[in-house]
Design a protein around this ligand. Structure first.
Ligand SMILES: Nc1ncnc2c1ncn2[C@@H]1O[C@H](COP(=O)(O)OP(=O)(O)OP(=O)(O)O)[C@@H](O)[C@H]1O
Ligand SMILES: [Mg+2]
Length: 291
């Protein structure tokens, strides 16, 4: 185990100075409604942070379609499913995307995680927890909604980005997720990212409306992380199976996501969950049999 851990660290170092990371900053990307841009945000944010000098792990926790793979035009030979089955080590499923940025393909493994009996769940949690010590930042792309599989990640996260579009249905569903965080993950730092908006002022008005309802009914503080306008380059990049920060590096969407990455890093420092249990340890408790 120890040996595997040191080899993993070596792998992720990519020739950079030795890591002093005790605990990666964990950022979970989620939404109430589907199709609002989570995967595009997660992938491009990971690359933008990598470019800003962070060592990043992108964890694909969406057990539906293999979204991250598609956006990156990759077909990883192994996924988390193989790790859970004991066929592969974590090292063997990590896919380098760019220097300092690695993908953990979730595959159907994420759905299987929830079904593990408690002894294996504990061992799995221990193995996954190793990921938390390998990078500066881990970005977790989830599915949408409040199904147990998604909530397990959202409610274990020290930091959550809720993505919404300006559509009323998307905003209402974003409120639903934020309410769940308010009730069961009070210490989380919660960010709102408004995607596919027409302008900054529309993004701010979405944020203001949401915050007005939150202030009435919930205690949680939600910060505006940023926005990405509806931008045809995003769809074109998806068609080309390239992240938009690489397909159109000077484009509007790319500039917005870099601003988002800078804002997150500027905030840095305080990890609301750092002094508590690790992310996967908390997550594992979600599925542990309750006595
Ligand atoms: N800012 C944007 N401008 C224009 N189109 C966008 C933008 N963001 C996302 N899209 C489009 O929306 C589609 C869905 O994006 P994405 O797959 O990232 O959403 P998702 O929230 O991860 O979906 P799911 O809930 O299925 O996981 C993309 O294929 C892209 O074409
Ligand atoms: Mg997705």
């Amino acid at each position: 185990m120890e040996d595997q851990a040191s080899r993993l660290r070596e792998l992720l170092r990519d020739g950079q100075p030795a890591a002093t990371v005790a605990q990666a900053r964990i950022i979970v990307v989620t939404s109430g409604k589907g199709g609002v841009g989570k995967t595009n945000v997660a992938v491009n944010l990971a690359l933008a942070m990598g470019q800003l000098g962070q060592r990043v792990i992108l964890f694909d926790a969406d057990m539906g379609m293999a979204n991250v793979d598609v956006v990156l035009n990759m077909s990883p030979p192994h996924t988390l499913t193989d790790v859970l089955a004991g066929r592969r080590s974590l090292r063997e499923v990590l896919v380098p995307i760019e220097p300092g940025v690695h993908l953990v393909p979730g595959g159907s493994g994420v759905a299987q995680l929830a079904a593990l009996e408690s002894a294996r769940l504990e061992a799995t949690v221990q193995r996954l927890s190793e990921l938390e010590r390998l990078s500066d930042v881990m970005i977790v792309d989830t599915g949408a909604g409040i199904s147990p599989n998604v909530l397990g990640f959202v409610l274990s996260a020290p930091e959550v980005i809720v993505v919404t579009t300006p559509e009323p249905t998307s905003i209402v569903d974003a409120y639903g997720i934020i309410k769940a965080i308010d009730q069961r993950n009070q210490h989380a730092r919660v960010w709102l990212l408004v995607n596919m908006c027409a302008s900054e002022s529309e993004a701010r008005s979405v944020y203001d409306r949401l915050v007005a309802i939150i202030a009435r009914f919930l205690g949680v503080k939600v910060r505006l992380l940023g926005w990405i306008e509806r931008d045809s380059q995003v769809g074109r990049a998806v068609l080309q199976q390239k992240p938009f920060v690489r397909a159109f590096p000077g484009g509007l969407a790319a500039r917005r996501i870099v601003t988002v990455a800078e804002k997150l890093l500027g905030f840095g420092g305080a990890h609301p969950g750092a002094e508590r249990q690790g992310f996967f340890a908390r997550w594992g408790q979600w599925f542990a049999p309750r006595s």
